[in-house]
Design a protein around this ligand. Structure first.
Ligand SMILES: Cc1ncc(COP(=O)(O)O)c(C=O)c1O
Length: 440
């Protein structure tokens, strides 16, 4: 015999069990190689869960330290977290997250998205940040060499996740037409072209990073029609809805629900995955807490459970579980009556900043070198550069004016108005628009 070792791989019986449950569904057909192989072992976590309920005398299962039936807590920690029990802070969280938080997030999802059908939706799974949620989703549903569609320009981390981590191919779609609206014919063409391969994978991000755009109700309906057309034609469609900036809608005509709510109950061949969480919505960027929720008309409870179990396998084999303290803090936050008013006050600050930027861009519509992509929501706005390099403009702004912006390739300059005081915005934008006229 010549050459290297022959590796034979036998799929774990637990993975086979999950695959058998899912067989015949779009979710099963869309699973990647990893997605097919992954399972959640009946090992330490499962056995410890059983013991938690039944081991009345002594629970010697989990790698934590207990004293008097409680996780041991250094007094130094207690001093800074006086309102929390050790179970809420230093103890490991369940792999899929705190059950109460998962239930609460689902309740909130249904409140925020009245047309969402609870029966077509899984219980959310907690992930350590939306990035991780997207990454786990890609692990389960995107293989090397497979294409995923996305808006162009897009959040730069998508390329790292889909291409560098997963080996997939990101195909950008020019999402906007010259009129400042979604370019539905372009998006439809890309989806139907991809549908010819038998499967479509697409990520939608509204409010969008970097443009700051959210579709109108009519545009959402048109997007949903595109997906429906592909599915009705026989393709399986995965739509990842990255709703990181959900809720930051500043104009009346933007659709106030996530497109996930329209996709979850749309068609047996459509699997929608919603990644969202408190990161931006609740101004808690560093807490690393997010949710992944699955939705499909074609799936029943046993299917959702099987997919959640695979997701748990993905989490268990990477970060093992998310931060307990952050989850406990959120339960307290949402249990507090004043939270909504606090959030409304912060929202109003961002809305005022949005309005200040809008006022400026409306008054400078005829700038020869800069034109904003449509924006009506979120944290950002994005300027398309004509006849100048966005990277050079960025550098010039930084070095000459001390203004920080982000260049997306050579064509787009993104400004996070969410981070700049309202009073400063006219001056900052005047500097950007004036600098773009200079030759450098
Ligand atoms: C579109 C988009 N998705 C996801 C994220 C990441 O969220 P998280 O910090 O929860 O990982 C960001 C953050 O900038 C984002 O802009």
């Amino acid at each position: 015999m010549s050459g290297g070792a022959i590796i034979s791989y036998i799929m774990d019986a637990l993975a086979v069990e999950l695959n058998n449950i899912l067989e015949g569904t779009a979710a099963w057909r869309l699973l990647s190689g990893f997605g097919k192989r992954i399972y959640f072992p009946r090992g330490i976590i499962a056995q410890s869960g059983e013991a938690k309920k039944a081991a009345a005398k002594a629970n010697g299962t989990i790698g934590m330290a207990f004293s008097n039936g409680k996780p041991m807590l250094l007094p130094g920690f207690k001093r800074y977290m006086p309102d929390f029990e050790p179970e809420e802070t230093v103890a490991y969280a369940p792999t899929a997250g705190n059950e109460k938080l998962r239930e609460l997030w689902k309740k909130l999802l249904l409140q925020k998205n009245p047309s969402l059908n609870a029966d077509c939706t899984s219980l959310p799974v907690v992930a350590p940040g939306i990035t991780a949620g997207i990454s786990y989703t890609a692990e389960l549903f995107l293989d090397a060499g497979q294409t995923i569609l996305s808006a162009e320009p897009a959040w730069d981390n998508y390329r790292l996740i889909f291409e560098e981590r997963r080996g997939g191919i990101m195909r950008g779609i020019q999402f906007f037409d010259g009129e400042g609206r979604l370019n539905i014919p372009e998006i439809r063409g890309a989806i139907l072209e991809e549908a010819k391969s038998g499967a479509v994978r697409i990520i939608l991000n509204f409010p969008n990073n970097p443009s700051g755009y959210s579709p109108t109700n009519a545009e959402v309906a048109a997007l949903v029609d595109c997906v429906n057309e592909a599915a009705s034609g026989g393709a399986d469609v995965l739509v990842i809805c990255d709703d990181a900036y959900f809720g930051f809608f500043y104009e009346n005509d933007a659709c106030k629900e996530s497109i996930f709510s329209r996709l979850a109950g749309l068609h047996e061949r459509v699997l929608a995955v919603k990644t969202d969480g408190p990161t931006k919505e609740d101004y808690s960027w560093g807490f690393r807490l997010a949710m992944v929720t699955l939705g499909s008309k074609g799936l029943g409870r046993e299917h959702f459970d099987a997919l959640v179990t695979k997701l748990m396998g993905s989490i268990r084999s990477s970060v093992s579980c998310s931060n307990t303290f952050a989850q406990s803090l959120f339960l307290k936050l949402y249990g507090d009556e004043s939270t909504n008013a606090q959030k409304r006050a912060f929202f109003n600050i961002l809305k005022e900043r949005y309005e200040a930027v809008k006022q400026f861009t409306e008054a400078h519509k005829n700038h020869p070198r800069l034109s904003p992509l449509p924006f009506n929501s979120g944290y950002f706005m994005c300027l398309r550069c004509k006849g100048l390099d966005a990277g050079k403009l960025r550098r010039r702004l930084l070095e000459k004016h001390g203004i920080g912006t982000v260049a997306f390739g050579s064509e787009y300059l993104r400004v996070a108005f969410s981070s700049i005081e309202k009073e400063l915005l006219p001056e900052i934008f005047a500097a950007i628009y004036d600098t773009a006229l200079e030759s450098f």
